[in-house]
Design a protein around this ligand. Structure first.
Ligand SMILES: [Mg+2]
Length: 241
């Protein structure tokens, strides 16, 4: 698969040219948070923790088998919205995410792309379903905190605000005083695309493998890249233009 499979370079260029503000999903476009620390194990641990408290009935079989910590969290929140139980689960997930940052794998070309976009005057924010504490720790460890500060919009204890809800995208736009059409969101899942669409923000899909590529395409993403390298090349080429 080439870097721009199915995507015309012109479409990518138009998306990049129009962006004064870039809203990044975190896990995927910036790093693989769970590269060395299994998200599946975290989901299983959350489910076992519920079970240990006699609460395994809170999850359906498919939710238990999803192996996705956010599915577990959302399922419990739907049944006990805003409860202490949800707050405790959310904190447990945050602690696991914090552990995972130590072995997170930077996405190729993400660091130089972040620095180059900042250098050409584009403003950046993070719009993620992960904890903002985790994002801050990772970005600081890469020396990238200043490229985003103070615009980190992540998970709160109000789990109904997680993407695909556009809440974090709208928070970023409001805080930055940016019109949706002047922004660009980069994400790697259909829920990122849905959030961007609901907020009226153009979307650039990043898919590190064919499976993710197909999921984004099937959800209706029109511009999907398999690498951030062509994006970096275009943004770098704009310098001084
Ligand atoms: Mg993601």
């Amino acid at each position: 698969m080439t870097a721009e499979t199915g995507t015309e370079p012109g479409e990518l260029r138009d998306l990049i040219r129009g962006a004064r503000v870039v809203l990044w999903d975190f896990d995927g476009p910036i790093c693989r948070l769970f590269a060395g620390h299994s998200a599946e194990r975290v989901a299983t641990d959350l489910a076992s923790w519920l079970e240990g408290r006699g609460l395994h009935g809170l999850l359906s079989e498919s939710e238990r088998d999803s192996l996705d910590p956010h599915v577990v969290l959302r399922a419990v929140d739907r049944r006990h919205p805003g409860s202490d139980l949800v707050a405790e689960l959310e904190e447990r997930l945050t602690q696991e995410e914090l552990k995972a940052t130590a072995s997170a794998m930077p996405t190729p070309y993400a660091d130089p792309l972040i620095r180059t976009w900042t250098a050409v005057g584009v403003r950046l924010a993070i719009t993620t379903n992960n904890s903002p504490r985790v994002v801050r720790e990772y970005l600081t460890s890469r020396g990238l905190g200043r490229c985003f500060a103070p615009h980190l919009y992540g998970r709160t204890q109000q789990l109904n605000h997680l993407k695909p809800d556009p809440h974090c995208v709208n928070r970023a736009l409001n805080a930055m005083g940016a019109a949706p059409a002047t922004a660009l969101m980069i994400g790697d899942t259909p829920s990122d695309l849905s959030a961007a669409r609901a907020a009226g923000v153009p979307f650039l899909g990043y898919a590190r493998n064919d499976r993710k590529h197909k999921l984004l395409r099937d959800a209706g993403a029109t511009v999907v890249v398999a690498s951030l390298e062509p994006v970096l090349r275009m943004v770098g080429g704009r310098r001084g233009a």
